[in-house]
Design a protein around this ligand. Structure first.
Ligand code: PLP
Length: 397
C-alpha cells in the first residue's frame, strides 16, 4: 500500500537505533540499552500514593470519557503546582494532554501554516523537529553553546527570528544535554520573544530532577509575554507510560490559538480519565511527593556523578556536567569514525552498548556527540563505561 510523503523527513533516533540493536541481539550478543529515557526500565517507579490513587479511580467508576480540555480536578491541581513554581494561573488556562507529545502535536496542528517556522534549541529532544516535518513547516534551530554549559545562545536566537516565527521552544532542564538554564538567559529569551510578539513554549518536564541549582520556571518570568508552560507525569512522577501531561497558556488563553487547541482536543475526546484522577491526587498531595522525591534523587545523583567522572576520564571523550534530567551528551574528541552514527553503531556491534548518535538531536551541533542515559544503577553503568573505555583504547582514540 502506498504511504504519503509527509513522513519522509521524520526521524526519531532514540527509537530508530533499536533496529540495529535487534540485529545485534539476533546474532546472540547481549545489548545494554542506554538509549531510552524510561526510568521504569530501571529501579525507579511511580510514587506508591499515586499508584493507589489510580486504583481508587478505577474502583470508583471513573473510567468514562471526561472533559476534552481536561478534568477540572487535575486542572485545579496544575494551578496549585504552578503557584509552587512561582506563577499565578487559572484552571481555564490549563489544557490536559496525553503526554507532552500529544500536547505539542495539538499545538503545532492548531497553530502552524506551511510557510511558518518554530525556533528549536540545538541540540533538541527530537519530537520538536519531527512533528514540524509531520505538519510540513520549517523547524529552525538556534544554537546552545557547549563551551558555555550548553546554555542557549540568545544572539543566535535573535538572528534566526523573523516575521514567520510562531513559537520559541525552550527545554529546561534539557534533553539531551542535561543543561539547566540560567535565570538571566531565560529572562533574555522571554524579553526577546516579547519584543517579537512570539509565544515561548517551555518544556519543563524534568524540573524536579536536578542536582544542584533549582530550575526556574519560564512561567515565573513571563510577565505579560505569552508563554505555554508544559509539564507532566512522565519524568517527575516516573510514569511515562501513563501518558498524562498538561500545558498552561499564560497570557494567551483568550486567543484564537487557545480556542483552536481546544477544538483539536475535542477531536480526540479526552486524555485517560483514570490517569487524570491519579495525576490530580499526585499534584494535590505535595507532602507525599516531598517525602518520595529525595530518595529518587539520592539514587540518581551518584549515577550522574559517576557518568560525568567516567566519561571525562576516558581518552577521546569529554562531557559537560549534566545539571538535571538523566542524560549525558559526551563529545567524541578523537578516533577513527567518520561520524557519530558510525561511532554508535561500532560501539553497539563491538561492545553491545546501545547509545544514541548526537546528530539525532542536532544535525550540526550534535554531529560529534552521543547521548547516554545514566538511569541504571552503578553496577550496570560501570561495566558500560569499562566497555566504552576499552573500545576507545582499542580504536586508538
Ligand atoms: N519533552 C522532553 C524534553 C522529553 O525528553 C520527553 C521524553 O523523553 C518528552 C517531552 C515526552 O513527554 P511525554 O511522555 O509527556 O509525551
Amino acid at each position: 500500500m502506498k504511504a504519503g510523503t509527509r513522513l519522509s523527513k521524520v526521524k526519531y533516533a532514540i527509537r530508530d537505533v533499536m533496529l540495529a540493536a535487534k540485529q545485534v541481539e539476533a546474532s546472540g550478543k547481549k545489548v545494554l540499552k542506554l538509549n531510552l529515557g524510561d526510568p521504569n526500565a530501571y529501579d525507579f517507579d511511580v510514587p506508591p500514593y499515586v499508584k493507589k490513587a489510580l486504583v481508587t479511580a478505577l474502583d470508583s467508576g471513573k473510567s468514562g470519557y471526561c472533559d476534552s480540555q481536561g478534568d477540572l480536578a487535575l486542572r485545579n491541581a496544575v494551578v496549585k503546582q504552578n503557584s509552587r513554581r512561582g506563577f499565578d494561573s487559572s484552571a481555564d488556562e490549563v489544557m490536559v494532554c496525553s503526554g507532552l507529545s500529544e500536547g505539542l502535536s495539538m499545538l503545532y496542528g492548531a497553530a502552524m501554516e506551511r510557510h511558518e517556522n518554530v525556533l528549536i534549541p540545538s541540540p533538541t529532544y527530537p519530537m520538536y523537529e519531527s512533528l514540524a516535518h509531520y505538519y510540513e513547516f520549517e523547524p529552525r534551530f538556534y544554537s546552545c553553546d557547549e563551551s558555555n554549559g550548553w546554555q542557549p545562545d540568545v544572539d543566535d536566537l535573535r538572528k534566526k527570528m523573523d516575521e514567520h516565527t510562531r513559537f520559541v521552544i525552550v527545554i529546561n532542564p534539557n534533553n539531551p544535554t542535561g543543561a539547566l538554564y540560567d535565570e538571566k538567559v531565560l529572562k533574555e529569551i522571554i524579553n526577546l520573544a516579547g519584543e517579537f510578539g512570539v509565544p515561548v513554549v517551555s518544556d519543563e518536564i524534568y524540573d524536579e530532577l536536578y542536582f544542584g541549582k533549582k530550575p526556574v520556571s519560564m512561567g515565573k518570568l513571563a510577565g505579560d509575554v505569552p508563554c505555554i508552560v508544559m509539564n507532566g507525569l512522565s519524568k517527575n512522577y516516573f510514569a511515562p507510560g501513563w501518558r498524562i501531561g498538561w500545558m498552561t497558556f499564560l497570557n494567551c488563553s483568550q486567543s484564537p490559538l487557545f480556542e483552536a487547541v481546544n477544538q483539536v482536543s475535542r477531536i480526540r475526546l479526552c486524555s485517560s480519565s483514570v490517569g487524570q484522577a491519579a495525576a490530580a491526587h499526585a499534584l494535590e498531595n505535595e507532602g507525599e511527593y516531598a517525602k518520595f522525591l529525595p530518595a529518587q534523587l539520592a539514587k540518581l545523583k551518584p549515577r550522574r556523578d559517576l557518568a560525568f567522572k567516567r566519561l571525562n576520564e576516558i581518552n577521546g571523550l569529554s562531557c559537560v556536567k549534566p545539571e538535571g534530567a538523566f542524560y549525558a551528551f559526551p563529545r567524541i574528541e578523537s578516533g577513527p569514525w567518520v561520524d557519530d552514527k558510525e561511532f554508535c553503531l561500532d560501539l553497539l556491534k563491538e561492545k553491545g552498548v546501545l547509545t544514541v548518535f548526537g546528530s539525532g538531536f542536532a544535525e550540526a551541533q550534535g554531529s560529534k556527540h552521543f547521548r547516554i542515559v545514566f538511569l541504571p544503577p552503578e553496577d550496570v553503568l560501570n561495566p558500560a563505561f569499562d566497555a566504552i573505555e576499552e573500545f576507545m583504547k582499542e580504536k586508538g582514540a
